[in-house]
Ligand binder design. Sequence first.
Ligand code: ADE
Length: 234
Amino acid sequence: MVTPHISAAPGDFAPGVLMPGDPRRARRIAETILQDARLVTDVRGIEGYTGTYRGVPLSVLASGMGMPSVTIYATELFRFYGVRGIVRVGTAGGIPASVGLRDVVVATAAHTDSAMGSRRIDGVHLSHAASFRLATAAAQAAGTGRHIHVGPVFTTDHFYLERPALFEQLEAHGTLAVEMEAAGLYATAAAEGGHALAVLTVSDHVRHAEALTPAERETDFDRAVTIAATALLA
Ligand code: ADE
């Protein structure tokens, strides 16, 4: 079986999939944490690998950027490849001052400005909630400390729109960070009967210009990957 966006054979994906946005991160995860990783798909340069982690089969597939892209890959994995759980491992912009660069955010829910969710059931604003099982396992794996945050994030369609007032309001509603995929992933998991979570590394902040360099973005999210992989195996 081949889907429009994935060229893997049946059984090529493990039940659990780590999902970074960037294909180079997918390859790096395969090279650094998976044993015996093999490439199972690379349609459009979106690379997927399957190997084992602590002796258990585990896969990694990049999502590309934004809700339309993550929704395509998550739907095909859940619907056609027997995948049961997907954990996004990506970057996010911190919203409150208490969320600093390199901190990890376990996203229990995702607010969004996207119209994608509202198109699923006419007249209904669906909740975009993480899998309770995966979120609990990730929070446990992450432990406590001021660099670990568990709570809602904001999934936006706009990377460059300047909206300081919006971020103030989101902060007042307890929102920890902004990114571009979690709500789409959570809605897809709900529709397909799967489990989903996002474990995010803070790469920049909406209040100041400080940000991780591209090289730091590549390497500084290892902690989030370990938390995500541990949650998928729990
Ligand atoms: N991903 C990482 N940082 C982001 C930001 N500031 N806005 C949206 N997505 C992001």
